[in-house]
Design a protein around this ligand. Structure first.
Ligand code: AMP
Length: 307
């Protein structure tokens, strides 16, 4: 596995392979890799000839009060995981190379960014949209993989790629969880044993909401109340939001139709955790289909190259 640190070498490597007809898969990460990242890397490995994993802790997506300096950086472990999963390149650009003096362009996806994570973290999605677009420009992948764990982020990236004709197929893979339901996250290491014990209440709340929908409840207020009550079993948890939304626009639903996404964010002490569940009800009338984006660029909707 090659470790590439400069943007110029990264692009030269990719362009060389593209010229030979090799398909390039890409998994962008901020490092501190766990089994959630591993599942994306494996899925990419299955689908593409060459595989790039980037590790870049993007400063522009953190606010001044957030944990940029505390973000875990186990680089030896991360490289070993990438190597183990068959990555060809671990791309580790420096912040100075990503944002040289004079850098000033930022991208906005205003409607998809305005609620939920975007409301809680005002510059977050502009940072994400910009860095992902830059990374695509450097890595020139055919297929890029993202986790459903960050549902709003994945929605925004699909929109961005479609709106700007970036020519990269996007595949979103399911959330990988611990045995007790907690979604894997690089931030989970900061939870104390007591905090770790109550953290799975977030996924339990989403599952309780899902259960209500599946058993026929379409009353959004009742579903949100149940989700809240589940989390409130632990007084140490503060709820930021627990919402029933349209899976495409991410706007709150007033009545559950055929599809809904349950979005949640909580705080336990200084740690913020997010999670979501997509609920699809076969056979129910679709009230609001919104926009749905298809996989593009010669890949089918499972991310495999079309013959
Ligand atoms: P991060 O390193 O947190 O920026 O995440 C890099 C990629 O891994 C993003 O596409 C995330 O959505 C994805 N990811 C993070 N945690 C998980 C998880 N538990 N399951 C699946 N994908 C994940």
């Amino acid at each position: 596995m090659k470790i590439i640190r400069t943007t110029r070498s990264m692009t030269a490597w990719s362009e060389g392979l593209r010229g030979e007809g090799v398909t390039i898969g890409f998994v962008p990460t901020m490092g501190a890799l766990h089994d959630g990242h591993r599942s994306l890397i494996r899925a990419a490995r299955l689908r593409c000839d060459a595989l790039v994993v980037s590790i870049f802790i993007n400063p522009t997506q953190f606010s001044p009060t957030e944990d940029l300096s505390r973000y875990p950086r186990p680089i030896a472990h991360d490289r070993a995981l990438c190597r183990e999963e068959g990555a060809d390149v671990c791309f580790e650009p420096t912040a100075a190379a990503m944002y040289p003096e004079g850098f000033q362009t930022t991208l906005a996806v205003p409607l998809l960014a305005r609620r939920w994570e975007g409301a809680a973290r005002p510059h977050h999605f502009a940072g994400v949209a910009t860095v992902v677009t830059k990374l695509f420009g450097m890595v020139r992948p055919h297929l890029a993989l993202f986790g459903q764990k960050d549902y709003q982020q994945a929605s925004l990236i699909r929109r961005l790629v479609s709106d700007l004709n970036l020519g990269v197929a996007i595949l979103v893979r399911p959330t990988v969880r611990e045995k007790d339901g907690l979604a894997m996250s690089s931030r989970n290491v900061f939870l104390s044993p007591d905090e770790r014990r109550i953290a799975p209440l977030l996924s339990a709340a989403l599952r309780a909401g899902e259960q209500m929908i599946r058993s026929g409840t379409d009353d959004v207020a009742a579903i949100e109340r149940t989700m809240r009550q589940t989390v409130e079993q632990a007084p140490a948890i503060q709820i930021e939001y627990l919402a029933v939304c349209d899976p495409d626009s991410l706007e709150p639903l007033s009545v559950v139709a055929a599809r809904a996404v349950l979005l949640g964010a909580i705080r336990i002490g200084p740690i913020r955790l997010i999670d979501n569940l997509l609920v699809k009800m076969p056979g129910r009338k679709v009230l609001n289909q919104g926009f749905r984006l298809k996989a593009e660029g010669g890949f089918d909707d499972l991310g495999f190259k079309q013959k």
